[in-house]
Ligand binder design. Sequence first.
Ligand code: 1GP
Length: 252
Amino acid sequence: MRGQTEKYLLDKIQKDGAIHFALLDPEECSSESAAKTAREVESCGTAAVMVGGSTIVSTQHLDAIVKAIKKVVNIPVILFPNNITGISKYADAIWFMSLLNSSDPYFIAGVQVLSAPIIRKYGLETIPLGYVTVGEGGTVSVVGRACPIPRDKPELAVAHALAAQYFGMRFVYLEGGSGVKQPVPKAMIQMVKSALKIPLIVGGGIRTAEQAKNIVGAGADAVVTGTITEEKGNLKDRIRAIAECVKSRSAK
Ligand code: 1GP
């Protein structure tokens, strides 16, 4: 049962070759700045806004941010929750995600069990996602008690991604970690993509159009950028360049 947002994402991947997601961390923005950024990224061709972060945030603040974004954009707002506090009834959908390389059952299935009745109550669309951290792994690996896949062990990333697919998850996300120095390696993306039949999302440490081009060239169906939306400078130009590179899949 695919919902409207998931169908939109799949159609867009089909039509554009690959898509860009802008990730907003509720802890790093106000409702006003989130709405402004969302409007800017939408005008640059970004497919959807993801809202979430690795550390604690108040659900009240999250609600205010999602509502403010929804008021000004037409693209979907998809929750990217770190915990049960990452759920807002005002979003279009939620990545129903399991951190597959966590050593803590809470992050693999526990928080999902706690969240399920709330998600049902809110009528949120769920998009099942296998989430795997790689390399430096970032804050998410510490918080989620994950053992990140070493950069030179692509076969382990393939094993995790295949497990996600065999579980019936409909997307896989290879996460380098927010703000890391190096994005997920090209060879790992290539190997995972060639084994998978479901769309592959890659994020973490992507700051330039050139990097985004390499990532989609290696086979990613979607690229996530977060940190650059928090930086000073011309966001529109940077996001437009990334979104255009992603769309053209010119490096493939
Ligand atoms: C983090 O993959 C995302 O969950 C985005 O990473 O902040 O480095 O863009 P950046």
